[in-house]
Write a protein that binds this ligand. Structure first.
Ligand code: ZN
Length: 428
């Protein structure tokens, strides 16, 4: 049975958020819409920023940074930052998308991020992202019905597949089909333009990707698990937003900030990635718009802390030996603190203390993840922002199975426990 602390409302809402956020652009736009509803004001990066107190945010492509300045906050007031990322491994449409072979119409795709290729086989895929018109206007694209499929080769034509393992050539074998007939140049963009309701001749650029149209679902005998696409890392984006909204009130001792960045799966180095200047610029402008100097900015940064949240590995029952034997995070055991002394995670003793205190205040149990020495360790935005801003950082998240699969799995209680701990952190 699921425990009484299980807040199904939060997980239900996460499932809806993931379902309507197939691309980073949708995720950022959906966060913005929820911030609008909560009374936050969107600031233009090209405009002068007011010195007003209250909730504000900046939206740039697939990234968003939101914050709340409490009444009376002086220029040296430090930040409590919750960081996450909006992107997930997927297949993305190439510049000349229309291709095909043997009477099939296909779409040429690039592999985005460290995707588990096999997880995209034989799934009903939709299409999403954005197009930009000649006049510079941007339109979101969301075709949420079975449109594409990467068909696996039948076992009769690949007799050794179960013994030798599935071998997928990244260029040859991952091209989705989307119909029958001769290759029709321009067909995909004409189709997308029609879906969006614009003139195809006006489409000047596109960032398009596929997604599994299957909705998130509770799984398991007692429904204590959550099966879903993009838990990495929309789970943290959703939790971070909930935490910011909970912490956005006068009397909060620091300035709570929520940042969700794009391009983590490819190393974060972009104008909207965590390695870019977006967060630093926003934090600097929050200080300077209240009359703060460079010296006061340095004082505010020195009084700041960053909680970087991303998924981690739960112990896999069929591969227990791949996990560090003394550290076995389990689903619904609470969010995880992620440790790697080689700085793949930014956590240190001070960070651990901050995290433990936040969890204690929230009444949230937590676990520790550390990798096994015989294997490399993943990383996330924590070490990147720590190095860039010099702000103390701790890496946390939720333990899951099947990370980077098109459909991942985690405990259904953990998202709410993470959000509760994150809110306690932002309010500290
Ligand atoms: Zn991630």
């Amino acid at each position: 049975m699921t425990s009484p602390r299980f807040d199904r409302t939060h997980t239900d809402d996460l499932m809806e958020f993931v379902a309507v956020s197939p691309s980073p652009y949708h995720a950022a736009a959906n966060v913005a819409a929820r911030l609008d509803a909560a009374g936050f004001l969107r600031l233009a990066e090209t405009a002068a920023w007011d010195d007003g107190v209250g909730g504000r945010y900046v939206l740039r492509g697939g990234a968003i940074v939101a914050w709340f300045v409490p009444e009376g906050a002086e220029a040296t007031r430090g930040f409590r930052i919750l960081g996450a990322h909006t992107d997930s491994p997927t297949l993305r449409v190439k510049p000349n998308p229309d291709t095909g072979a043997a009477g099939w119409r296909q779409i040429a795709v690039e592999l985005y991020g460290g995707t588990l290729l096999n997880s995209w086989l034989d799934r009903d895929l939709g299409l999403s992202g954005r197009i930009v018109l000649r006049d510079g206007s941007e339109h979101l694209v969301f075709v949420d019905r079975p449109l594409l499929r990467v068909p696996q080769l039948a076992i009769h034509l690949d007799r050794q597949v179960n013994e030798a393992g599935l071998q997928l050539d990244k260029q040859q074998h991952m091209t989705p089909i989307w119909g029958l007939g001769k290759v029709d140049e321009g067909a995909l963009i004409r189709f997308v333009a029609e879906e969006v309701g614009v003139d195809a001749a006006q489409v000047a650029g596109w960032d398009l990707m596929v997604h599994d149209v299957q909705r998130p679902a509770y799984l398991g005998r007692d429904g204590e698990l959550l099966a879903s696409a993009r838990l990495d890392n929309l789970l943290s984006v959703h939790a971070g937003l909930a935490a910011l909204l909970a912490a956005a009130h006068d009397g909060v001792p620091h300035i709570p900030v929520f940042g969700a960045f794009d391009h983590e799966e490819t190393g974060s180095e972009s104008t909207t990635g965590a390695a870019g200047p977006l967060l630093e610029t926003v934090l600097t402008r929050i200080v300077s718009s209240r009359g703060g100097s460079l010296d006061e900015r340095a004082r505010a940064f020195a009084d700041s802390f960053h909680l970087s949240s991303d998924v981690g590995h739960a112990v896999h029952p069929n591969y227990v030996g791949r996990h560090e034997p003394g550290h076995h995070p389990v689903p619904n055991g609470g969010p995880i603190l992620k440790v790697n002394t080689n700085q793949r995670y930014a956590t240190d003793a001070r960070g651990r203390a901050v995290w433990a205190a936040a969890c204690e205040r929230a009444g949230v149990p937590w676990q520790t993840f550390v990798g096994i020495n015989s294997m490399g360790c993943g990383t996330t935005i924590g070490p990147i922002t720590a190095a860039r801003l010099g702000i103390e950082t701790v890496d946390v998240g939720v333990a899951c199975l099947s990370m980077h699969s098109s459909r991942e799995l985690c405990g259904a209680e953990d998202p709410h426990l993470l959000a509760s701990a994150a809110a306690a952190f932002l309010e500290s």
